[in-house]
Design a protein around this ligand. Structure first.
Ligand SMILES: [Zn+2]
Ligand SMILES: [Zn+2]
Length: 331
């Protein structure tokens, strides 16, 4: 059995794993099918994610099959599952309220504990969710990143009447554009990379523009989704909100200058949103992905064998691609 392993930033390799024990208690052994590469995986690889710890096995967007279940597992052997890669204690006041995303004791697979870019791994069955038979693996691998967007959209009301501007067309921005479009909103997507704008247009009837082109129009939107994660994308984003409108911030810009008087005078609302609640947001995400009218084909750029991780990460680093998925079937 093989795994990807980061001794320290930028030193990734494929290596033979320590043999896994049989699952005990509520654990299950997962045979990994697909693992999606996320912006945070690239951050971990480059050493740019502050709370990452090394050495580390990366990977958190994971779909696999349960090949061995411990005696107290809640999931049966043979089940095809998606992984919840953020732990929650179930006991703190946030968890008891259903807000597992802000659990006081949260840890993140592939960031500050070993992830799942491996052919097999063990995990508590508390963190796996069985998949419906009609959801193919190629869509199921999008559940984790898409659940971030599904959770973020709960902060605001998006209907056919809503004008939505998506700032930044990375994986989360593209998924946000797809969901806003699916909900019937008038969608404008902004990115500095023309390759990304071409990808976004393939999702459907979405206006995709460079920031400088949008700046010329002095347009305002009911809802701005900030998925660029830079101080300038936040600062430009707030200027695009119409009076009484909202901005939902998904990106993790360390800081930005906020025009407080502008926010106050125009009664703007600013939301921060982090990952998703489990299982509620995962279940809703699965329903969207099962809908044949919900098209995500344009969002997945390629599926590569995990042994080609070097190429896969290099491609992800260029910023010219949509989601890149690693396949962990026999090397
Ligand atoms: Zn991710
Ligand atoms: Zn908790």
């Amino acid at each position: 059995m093989l795994e990807l392993f980061l001794q320290k930033p930028k030193e990734m390799k494929v290596r033979e794993m320590e043999p896994l024990a049989d699952p005990v208690g509520d654990e299950v052994k997962i045979r990994v099918i697909y693992g999606g590469i996320c912006g945070s995986d690239v951050g971990v690889y480059l050493g740019k994610l502050k709370h990452a710890t090394y050495p580390l096995r990366p990977g958190h967007e994971l779909v696999g099959t349960v090949i061995h279940a411990g005696p107290d597992s809640s999931v049966e052997m043979g089940a095809r599952v998606v992984i919840l890669p953020n732990t929650f204690c179930g006991e703190c006041s946030y968890c008891r309220n259903g807000d597992t995303n802000i659990c006081e004791r949260k840890k993140s697979l592939g960031v500050n504990m070993d992830g799942g870019f491996s052919q097999e791994f063990l995990i508590s069955s508390k963190y796996v969710l069985p998949l419906p038979d009609d959801l193919p693996n190629e869509k199921a691998v999008l559940i984790e990143p898409f659940a971030v967007v599904v959770h973020a959209f709960k902060k605001v009301k998006i209907t056919k009447e809503t004008s939505v501007c998506i700032i930044g067309c990375g994986n989360e921005g593209m998924l946000a554009a797809a969901l806003a479009h699916h909900l019937g909103a008038r969608v404008t997507a902004v990115d500095i990379n023309p390759h990304k704008l071409e990808l976004v247009k393939q999702i459907g009837d979405i206006r995709a523009v460079l920031p400088e082109d949008l700046a010329l129009e002095s347009k305002r939107f009911d809802v701005v989704i900030e998925a660029g994660g830079t101080s300038s994308s936040v600062e430009n984003g707030i200027q695009l909100v119409r009076p009484g409108g909202s901005m939902v911030v998904i990106g993790l810009a360390p800081e930005a200058i906020l025009p407080v008087a502008y926010v106050v005078r125009n009664e703007l609302t600013l939301y921060g949103t982090i990952i998703y609640n489990f299982p509620s947001d995962y279940l809703q995400t699965i329903e969207y992905l099962r809908d044949p009218h919900f098209c995500v084909d344009a969002i997945v750029s390629s599926i590569m064998p995990f042994t080609s991780f070097q190429q896969a990460f290099e491609n992800a680093l260029t910023g010219n691609y949509g989601k890149i998925i690693l396949s962990f079937n026999e090397a």
